[in-house]
Design a binder for this molecule. Structure first.
Ligand SMILES: [Zn+2]
Length: 330
């Protein structure tokens, strides 16, 4: 993605924060959503009292979907949200506990990437200010929230959240299970398959879009309408294909419509293949469940994954020898 390849924008840093890095709880996702919502109103200063209602609401809703929203078994904030969901505490009590416990780590942790401060700062922490305590929302955040990117980032955050909570709920990150993310072309959803169980997790477009910075995998142009693309063509399944499952996430990318139309049932030229290898390594860096899924499907190490991809490519082009050369304008 851009941020990692050198071009730093508010949008790419936001994606890096949301899509990559350690999660010990899903607070990051609800906090990010809340920040975008508040910043979209044009506010430049906000108190914890004002952030608390939308922030707690998102986590209360999340807990109704999946009770597991973190690695720790004990969180006073999540317990307050659970208690609110079953009418054990009222709105005022939830509000007080959110302000008291809900922001303890997330305000410090959110702007960190792998333990170092992100190159774009979205807010300044003024919780200890004696005159106006709260957060100062910087121009970078307000601009992002008011830009056309905000809805897309929201959709990507939701997709990432679903993947993470599904991983926790099903125990994928325990690494004892070999999960698969299976693509369902009809619903365009990713289904998590563990043994005989299949569970719809999230839309494949939303799950993959952020890792391509919203750009076509082949021509690198911004995609108006992303199309789900099998890199090694789906048509292989109608031949004597004895390679790995091409309907799996390692082989799925998003492309623009013109590239999709042009490629048809061909594999891309092998010069393009390092892009896929890098993308898969990016997904692995984003951790559960993508990490576990990709490693189970394609190999534990970068070297093993490189060999896996080369072999799959060689077999595919033996059956379908005519390849397509993507046109990259930059
Ligand atoms: Zn394209």
């Amino acid at each position: 993605m851009d941020y990692r390849r050198g071009v730093v924008t508010g949008e790419s840093v936001w994606r890096a924060i949301v899509l990559y890095g350690a999660n010990s709880a899903t607070y990051k996702f609800s906090f990010g959503e809340t920040l975008l919502q508040v910043a979209a109103t044009g506010r430049t200063h906000v108190t914890l009292d004002e952030l608390a209602p939308p922030y707690a609401k998102l986590l209360c809703e999340a807990l109704k979907r999946h009770d597991r929203q973190g690695i720790a078994t004990n969180s006073r904030f999540l317990d307050a949200c659970r208690a609110f969901n079953v009418d054990e505490i009222d709105q005022d009590t939830l509000h007080r506990r959110t302000v008291q416990y809900g922001f303890a780590n997330v305000i410090d942790a959110f702007p960190q990437l792998s333990g170092t401060p992100a190159p774009v700062r979205f807010y300044e922490d003024r919780r200890r200010s004696s005159t106006s305590p709260g957060l100062v929302l910087r121009d970078e955040l307000v601009e992002l929230a008011l830009s056309g990117h905000a809805p897309v980032l929201g959709v990507e955050t939701t997709a990432r959240w679903r993947l993470v909570e599904t991983a926790w709920e099903t125990g994928v990150s325990s690494a004892l299970l070999t999960p698969e993310l299976v693509y369902d072309p009809e619903s365009q959803d990713l289904l998590l398959q563990i043994g005989q169980r299949r569970k719809s997790v999230t839309g494949v477009v939303a799950a993959l879009s952020g890792y391509q910075d919203g750009r076509c995998a082949y021509c690198d142009q911004a995609m108006a309408q992303p199309v789900v693309e099998h890199v090694l063509p789906w048509k292989l399944l109608t031949r004597r294909w004895n390679g790995p499952d091409v309907d799996a996430i390692w082989n799925l990318v998003l492309s623009c419509r013109p590239c999709n139309d042009a490629k048809r049932d061909r594999a891309p030229h092998e010069d393009w293949m390092p892009w896929l290898e890098q993308r898969n390594n990016d997904l692995i860096e984003s951790r559960h469940p993508l990490r576990e899924v990709l490693m189970a499907q394609t190999g534990e190490t970068a070297t093993a994954r490189h060999a896996f991809l080369r072999l799959a490519y060689r077999r595919a082009t033996e059956l379908l020898p005519v390849v397509w050369t993507p046109f990259r304008s930059r």
